[in-house]
Design a protein around this ligand. Sequence first.
Ligand SMILES: Nc1ncnc2c1ncn2[C@@H]1O[C@H](COP(=O)(O)OP(=O)(O)OP(=O)(O)O)[C@@H](O)[C@H]1O
Length: 504
Amino acid sequence: MSMPIAAPGQLNLTESPSWGSRSVDCFEKLEQIGEGTYGQVYMAKEIKTGEIVALKKIRMDNEREGFPITAIREIKILKKLHHDNVIKLKEIVTSQDDNKYKGGIYMVFEYMDHDLTGLADRPGIRFSVPQIKCYMRQLLTGLHYCHVNQVLHRDIKGSNLLIDNEGNLKLADFGLARSFSNDHQGNLTNRVITLWYRPPELLLGTTKYGPAVDMWSVGCIFAELLHGKPIFPGKDEPEQLNKIFELCGAPDESNWPGVSKNPWYVNFKPTRPMKRRLREVFRHFDRHALELLERMLTLDPTQRISAKDALDAEYFWTDPLPCDPKSLPKYESSHEFQTKKKRQQQRQHEENAKRQKLQHPQPHGRLPPIQQSGSRPQMRAGPNQPMHGSQPPVAAGPGHHYGRPRGPSGGGRYPPSGTSGGYNHPTHGGQGGGYGSGPYPPQGRAPPYGSSGMPGGAPRGGAGSGYGAPPNYPQGGPYGGSGAGRGSNMMGGNRNQQYGGWQQ
Ligand SMILES: Nc1ncnc2c1ncn2[C@@H]1O[C@H](COP(=O)(O)OP(=O)(O)OP(=O)(O)O)[C@@H](O)[C@H]1O
């Protein structure tokens, strides 16, 4: 497989002279398809050519900080990546009328019909095994290309994997991505990657990491595709680690040499033995799938499989083989934002109907059975359950001014957590999830800059609280007070099901 590397100087050669100089008026906005932490995403039509594109508006709420650093990073990185499995940034356009001082800035992307979350969440969708293999192979190919080009994505999740009606899958949303160098592992922030997809080394506070962090997220997505729902739906970092340890076993010096050097290991070291149960829990998975999953969800990042090796795994070379993307069924466009909106409307409708029924009881006659929202048809291959939209609490970086709070609203979406435990937690031993007052951290995405990413660093901006530091934590310690993150989503998973199954 040829894996072109973008030469540093090559970038401007292909750049059209009009980059950044055209007005957004060259496009007609058709409908909103996404609500990113950094602004809305619209489906739009280029008036001159009729070409359909996606316009991502860069939020410029904060006048003090100027142009968002994450947008600068995303643009810079996307300009050097050119691959079939990486979203193509076509140009930047501006508008004058948004703000009389700064104007609006939009990124113009090739349009993709779906994101994986939105697609998986469609009623009636059921992915076949060759289809899952096909998506996984494209995901790994795109990621391998990023890693070869020394780019870490750092936010791999379903809603950032875009799929078109030709069956192509492309990595998108490089807002948290950054360059790394193999020989110099610098201090990077550990507050990246949406919580449910975040690897144990980041949760244990490391600031020296590499491509293996993305591979953990890929493992979570792979398992989710096969299992039918998210496998680690933690509601805060301690609970997230607990869920990981319950399935993957507790880390120690024998299975993860050097683990005890992780900054927060002492705080989260399990006090009871926890065996690896992955093989047992997912024993119904295909043998080769399970083998690959084992290697992706390896606790020790140095032993975790790379994207390149994963592509060579038996799983992709045994029957049924991955299908040709072009042979995949075409679906009506589905983005997580829209499916979520539809679900909300449906829920609202059901509630209204219920209320009306209570107000006007009908003593006689039997009503037809009410269509419950949970009775949607099966989706996905194998043992999958129907999946419903869900949102992991998010994370990433210290709070930031322009990350508009969003995401799950209010409490009660998660069942009470009684399963966490075994932590050597200063005050909350055995009660994972009991941090702070609110069930969620606020949902603003914060960029991985400033404060050098260290937990003790002063977070910029004010998205704090949510899981404030327990009394015994040193100020600025793990998960204290710097709640943050980016609101986002993933492939479905019914809240009511998420503790079912193997996580007894
Ligand atoms: N090129 C595109 N084509 C079609 N839809 C897109 C495209 N880019 C983004 N979207 C839709 O918009 C959503 C949000 O986009 P994106 O993830 O880039 O924004 P963000 O501000 O970084 O969001 P988040 O905080 O959720 O990660 C995506 O999940 C997807 O559904």
